[in-house]
Design a protein around this ligand. Structure first.
Ligand code: AMP
Length: 413
């Protein structure tokens, strides 16, 4: 029996008409069956069409775009990159590279991560040795393009992972400049859990028609298996609530999301005084430290990671049982990305959000976006917020806008 035949023919990767070497590589990683996004995405990408894949996070998106690359570009020249994967964060670049190295059917195929915070020299040496697939963050890719150490004229396979973020204002201009360096004659793939309409129409400008748009579960952007709830809490009670919640939930591994770096650092310091295996992760940390922390987190050595949205995108750590939104995210899309760090590959997860009494509007926007009411949570005997005197005027004002939420909003006041 060849290794590839161990994969179940009817439901396994066989059905996707992959070559024996790619099947063998997939099987060696231990993937028995393609996930829904892989089943839908891979055959369409193999036709050579430009594809947008909107899929829940943690559902095997990375392999969905890597496998077709390996299938079609095994015989690349190993000199200049034929594929470029753009990702918004350094951690994601490392993770995608790891997945690519695991899934590569040919050890001669070189994968190189290119991201900031690391010495240019080592990356230049890597590029000189010859590369097939570059996985990078926009800023550093532009640095290399500017210095002439990276050429993209052979890129035929371009992936924008977490695409909504890549077309966000912060990255938009960088992306435009990078894409100008890639040939027009290329296949472009976009993947993201969320895709707001304005971003979608902007992104389409960089794709060839007809574009295939795969929307895996249109309304249910959050994963069903995640138990979601929220606490109404005054700012000064948040930390006490966090400790009580940790006691109640006993998370296996948990990310505590804060909106700002300074906030994350403060909560981290406070939590260190109360718990072991605590770390923090935000953009102000040195890159080598960020990598050490991510590695320790993936290995399960860290239990509580107090972080900003720098880990809200695409990070894949199987052990994460809980997401705590110490601060509500600024936009609903980020909520989906954050809670997608748990409940991965069909596992259960818990996502609990701390909502200030005046944040009713923000919570409603999240609920509208995920098309689901998030139930309120309580801990017996713990008062998390001061009851305000009801303001009938405010309540009146809220009602027509927020419908049934207005009732809950007024209860929170
Ligand atoms: P992603 O959504 O790409 O972050 O993937 C989530 C996790 O699923 C990663 O740990 C992958 O290694 C894993 N994975 C991807 N495809 C499969 C598959 N077909 N079977 C089992 N695990 C998979």
């Amino acid at each position: 029996m060849t290794t590839a035949t161990l994969v179940e023919p009817a439901t396994g990767f066989h059905a996707l008409s992959l070559s024996p070497s790619v099947l063998a590589a997939v099987e060696a990683v231990g993937y028995k069956r393609p996930t829904s996004i892989q089943k839908a995405f891979i055959p369409r990408v193999l036709t050579g069409a430009d594809v947008m894949g909107q899929a829940q996070t943690g559902t095997g998106k990375t392999a969905a775009y890597l496998i077709p690359y390996f299938e079609r570009w095994q015989d690349s020249n190993h000199q200049e990159p034929t594929a470029l994967v753009l990702v918004p964060t350094r951690e994601l670049a490392i993770q995608v590279c790891d997945e690519a190295k695991k899934l590569s059917p040919d050890k001669e195929l070189h994968v190189l991560p290119i991201y900031g915070g690391r010495p240019m020299d080592a990356q230049v040496r890597g590029l000189r040795r010859g590369v097939d697939l570059v996985v990078g963050t926009p800023g550093r890719i532009l640095d290399h393009l500017g210095r002439g150490t990276l050429m993209l004229h052979k890129v035929r396979y371009l992936v924008l992972d977490e695409a909504d973020r890549m077309f966000d204002l912060g990255f938009r201009e960088d992306i435009r400049r990078i894409l100008k360096n890639c040939p027009m004659d290329r296949q472009t793939l976009l993947l993201s859990a969320t895709m707001p309409p304005d971003i979608l129409s902007l992104a389409k400008r960089y794709m060839r028609k007809p574009i295939i748009h795969l929307q895996m579960s249109p309304k249910k952007v959050t994963i069903d298996k995640i138990r979601q709830s929220y606490f109404t809490v005054d700012r000064h009670n948040k930390f006490e609530l966090l400790l009580k919640l940790i006691e109640r939930e006993q998370p296996r591994q948990c990310i505590i999301f804060c909106e700002r770096k300074i906030g994350a650092h403060r909560i981290y310091e406070q939590l260190c005084g109360e718990r072991k295996r605590v770390a923090t992760m935000h953009g102000d940390l040195e890159q080598s430290k960020r990598e050490r922390i991510m590695k320790a987190f993936k290995e399960g050595k860290i239990c509580y990671l107090v972080a900003t949205d720098v880990v809200g995108r695409g990070i894949d750590v199987m052990g994460i049982s809980h997401i705590i939104n110490f601060d509500l995210p600024l936009d609903p899309e980020n909520y989906v990305h954050r809670i997608g760090r748990t409940g991965r590959m069909g596992k259960d997860g818990v996502a609990i959000s701390f909502v200030l009494p005046e944040e009713g509007k923000e919570l409603t926007r999240i609920e509208d976006f995920i098309n689901k009411l998030i139930p309120e949570d309580r801990i017996e005997g713990l008062q998390t917020y001061e009851k305000r005197v009801k303001n009938p005027e405010e309540e009146k004002e809220m009602k027509p806008i927020f419908g049934r939420r207005s009732k809950r909003y007024s209860q929170r006041l």
